[in-house]
Design a protein around this ligand. Structure first.
Ligand SMILES: *[C@@H]1O[C@H](CO)[C@@H](O)[C@H](O)[C@H]1NC(C)=O
Length: 374
């Protein structure tokens, strides 16, 4: 976007100013004295603006974490509620993400609700989106006074929680592939070139999309479809990375044709990693994430890079409208300790894919908060 000459208008001046502010903030904070009494209010940042690289950094211990007590959050699904389901350790709750070049603004839920008055935020995607949605609900719930008017509405596939006193709603739309699955005479067909759920999504001011994990589910029962349609070809199966790329491209074209970026901010959540092979993080004896109680130190992950990350970057580079990639992969790869493992009320087997709430998704939301200004 930066390469295009801006239209000379009041709006573009504001956007330009907003995009410069984070640079100033980074510069000011890198040599600032230790702050007492809270950090400066986060400056308004347009999602498309220039910004610090929030996605390079490391995890540091912070005695003031977590941001809320999961026991007091009424929204956490049993599958993410690790403390409730017997996780014995708590150290994993006490890490703060520290970008190398700047400080993440401290999360201020009251500020978010006031700035987002009248807005609808919507997470669209699979259970990893559901995971991040629940974390944001807990972060906001912890910031509002007791007795605030919070209402809930569920009309599958859409669940909406509204903070009525602030006129802010935070919704989750469940879709595993973003593109359609249609039941036809031959069975359920995953349509790589068709996306019809989008009309509901257009009602939101801030949209955070995600899809990946289902693209590698194998077998009709697990994957949720019997055939895959690519153009006019109906196939029994195909290379899954290629299918992912085609489906995501359909979504990218939808963004370009349907989103009004003067009023809507679009994010893509990025690839959330799993931890099922200790050799990926330099511990060949570990067969999964169980008994992991601390993150990896430092800023790099020993495992191979993920080809699906390349697909995401490639497809996003084809979108003309501004889409902000929440590039959470590396910072999440370092958190082998942050999965439910066996301490989940929803998954009887080892879960090293989802994340405990409170926990890692709170950091994804801190970055979302820093990056958005609807
Ligand atoms: C909560 O908000 C809704 C919608 O604005 C309103 O209808 C309802 O009366 C409110 N409830 C309370 C207890 O204030």
């Amino acid at each position: 976007m930066g390469a295009k000459p801006p239209l000379i208008s009041f709006n573009s001046l504001l956007i330009l100013l907003a995009s410069l502010l984070p640079l100033l903030r980074c510069a000011a904070q890198s040599d600032a004295a230790p702050l007492s009494g809270g950090r400066p209010k986060p400056a308004p940042v347009k999602a498309s603006g220039i910004s610090c690289d929030f996605f390079r950094g490391s995890w540091i211990y912070d005695e003031f974490y977590p941001l809320y007590d999961s026991a007091n959050c009424p929204f956490i699904d049993s599958e993410f509620n690790c403390q409730k389901y017997g996780r014995p350790d708590k150290l994993y709750l006490k890490y703060r993400w520290r970008p190398s070049g700047c400080e993440l603004p401290r999360f201020d839920g009251g500020d978010l609700l006031r700035r987002w008055r009248g807005k609808k935020i919507m997470f669209v995607g699979d259970s990893i989106s559901y995971n991040q949605w629940q974390s944001l609900l807990c972060m906001l719930h912890a910031s509002v006074p007791a007795g605030s008017n919070i209402s809930a509405e569920k009309k599958d596939p859409l669940s909406t929680i509204s903070f009525e006193d602030y006129d802010v709603s935070v919704a989750y739309y469940r879709t595993t592939y973003l593109v359609d699955i249609v039941t036809e005479s031959i069975g359920r067909v995953l349509k790589l070139n068709s996306l019809s759920g989008g009309s509901v999504w257009l009602g939101a001011d801030v949209l955070i999309f995600n899809t990946w994990h289902w693209w590698i589910h194998m077998g009709a029962a697990s994957q949720g479809w019997d055939y895959i349609q690519d153009g006019d070809k109906i196939l029994k199966d195909m290379d899954r990375l290629e299918a992912f790329s085609k489906g995501l491209t359909t979504w990218a074209k939808w963004v370009d044709s349907s989103i009004d970026t003067s009023s809507q901010n679009v994010f893509f959540q990025g690839i959330s990693p799993t931890h099922y092979h200790g050799k990926d993080w330099g511990e060949p004896g570990a067969k999964d994430c169980s008994k992991q109680t601390q993150p990896l130190t430092g800023s790099s992950y020993p495992g191979d890079s993920l080809p699906q990350q390349g697909v995401v970057k490639n497809v996003l580079s084809s979108v003309t409208k501004p889409v902000y990639l929440l590039d959470i992969t590396l910072l999440s790869q370092l958190r082998k300790d942050a999965h439910p493992s066996l301490f989940s009320g929803g998954h009887p087997e080892m879960d090293c894919s989802h994340w405990c709430v409170a926990g890692l998704p709170d950091t994804w939301n801190q970055i979302l908060y820093a990056a958005v200004n609807p």
